[in-house]
Design a protein around this ligand. Structure first.
Ligand SMILES: [Zn+2]
Length: 91
């Protein structure tokens, strides 16, 4: 079920970036421009909405955790998890 291939298109649509902090999974939505999105997935830099359904995980341990969440949480069932690093913000 998991897609671990590098998909460049996913990053152009905005995506969640996941990491593990103190054993807790932290997921933050980011725009394709690298700006962090607000709670409505709105980017104040591009002034557009991103629909984030991809979750880029910084390492394999994070990916394993995210995949477990996707399997067990109805809220996340339409999400795709994959390995990927956050783009550095360019301005
Ligand atoms: Zn943006």
């Amino acid at each position: 079920m998991s897609d671990t291939s590098k998909d460049k298109n996913s990053a152009t649509l905005g995506a969640f970036y996941a990491r593990v902090e103190d054993g807790q999974l932290v997921m933050e939505p980011y725009c394709s421009c690298g700006n962090q999105l607000d709670e409505y997935y709105h980017c104040d830099k591009c002034n557009k909405h991103s629909r984030c359904t991809d979750i880029l995980c910084e390492d394999q341990a994070t990916l394993n955790l995210v995949e477990k969440y996707i399997r067990t949480s109805p809220r996340l069932r339409n999400f795709n998890a994959m390995l990927g690093k956050r783009k550095a913000t360019e301005d």
